[in-house]
Design a protein around this ligand. Structure first.
Ligand code: SF4
Length: 354
């Protein structure tokens, strides 16, 4: 670990670089703690470019914790569309409800009180506390972890306690207490744009002079983590039955990925099935009787480690069992794979393309 005396020069170089290089992002134009909280949740596991439009749309619809606390499940699913990992949205609503119940609807200006809100962990509470309220708290996300591990040559796995502790201690030692929000954002920005996961741009890095990974050629090896699980390929199928009321679909049960959303009839997108088995599965699951035609759409989708190829068969129904008709509208919470199928298979009038 470096000597304490190294802290000020690192933060100074970082903040000087950030003042000149910071991207103009919508959530950087506000100090509203609710807007910053929303952005931090959306940015987890999601690229900046994918967050811009949903962020603006969400805040226009839910400008305060109280407005989102009152959202129905379907409103929540529609508002979060395009971001995936819908559990984040439910936890954000739980957090908003707790703010209404315990803090009169105002996001608390206190890192400890923030951390007690549902869905707000150490990272999010520190990010909101420092960026919105200027409180001294260090926010360690994957970007920060990578910068610290490389710069200080942390060889321990950063997803295990000793490595995690070493990274946090270093980030705390570097933190500029006069500008904690800018410091945290600058660290994240450096990790996102310069010290990237692959091919870090060390030649453009403001803290390259004393970087251990650069000096020792370790950047490609750090940070060390447990290897991710091997991807699982899924050959999924679903039936596309369209009519004047929309398409036949089913609600995904609680506890399943994308719970509460509506998907096309089949065994679910995490289950492989062949064309012959699809009608049987639909009869067993929903009591519906379908006559299947050919494949009218083939779409790709990923959920955690599952790489899904979903083939949709045109179908007609002689009995719909527990399936229901759902409109093909933007405010119907169809799953993303279902929407991809609609875009490929249906014309603007909602009928199958010839
Ligand atoms: S010099 Fe390279 S490896 Fe080191 S912090 Fe900068 S970008 Fe990352």
């Amino acid at each position: 670990m470096p000597r304490r005396a190294d802290a000020a020069p690192f933060a100074a170089r970082l903040l000087r670089w950030f003042a000149a290089a910071r991207r103009d992002l919508p959530w950087r134009r506000t100090r509203d703690p609710w807007a910053i909280w929303v952005s931090e949740i959306m940015l987890q596991q999601t690229r900046v470019e994918a967050v811009r439009a949903p962020y603006e749309r969400f805040l226009a619809r839910f400008p305060t914790p109280a407005s989102f606390a009152a959202a129905s499940d379907d409103e929540l699913l529609v508002a979060w569309r395009g971001l995936g990992y819908y559990r984040r949205a439910r936890l954000l609503r739980d957090g908003a409800r707790a703010v209404v119940a315990a803090h009169d609807g105002a996001v608390p200006a206190d890192a400890a009180a923030l951390a007690e809100l549902p869905g707000v962990g150490a990272y999010t509470s520190a990010a909101v506390a420092s960026i919105a309220f200027g409180l001294v708290a260090v926010a360690v996300d994957g970007n920060v972890e990578r910068v610290v591990a490389r710069h200080r040559g942390v060889r321990e796995r950063v997803d295990a306690a000793p490595g995690r502790r070493a990274v946090r201690a270093q980030a705390e030692a570097w933190l500029d207490a006069a500008q904690p929000g800018d410091f945290n954002q600058a660290m994240m920005e450096l990790g996102a744009t310069v010290c990237a996961p692959t091919s870090p741009r060390c030649g453009d890095c403001p803290v390259a002079a004393d970087c251990v990974a650069r000096a020792e050629g370790l950047a490609a090896e750090l940070p060390r983590k447990k290897p991710p699980p091997a991807p699982i390929d899924v050959a999924a199928r679903a039936a596309l039955v369209v009519g004047p009321q929309g398409a036949l679909g089913c609600r995904i049960a609680a506890g399943q990925p994308n719970a509460g959303q509506i998907e096309l009839p089949g065994p679910g997108v995490l289950v492989s099935v062949d064309a012959d088995g699809l009608a049987d599965v639909v009869r067993e699951r929903f009591g519906a009787r379908l006559r299947l035609g050919g494949v009218v759409a083939t779409v790709k989708h990923a959920i955690t480690c599952h790489r899904i190829t979903l083939r949709a068969h045109a179908a007609t129904a002689s009995g719909i069992g527990s399936l229901q008709w759902h409109p093909l509208r933007d405010d119907t919470p169809w799953t993303t794979p279902s929407r991809k199928v609609f875009r490929q298979a249906l014309g603007d009038d909602g009928a199958l393309r010839a």
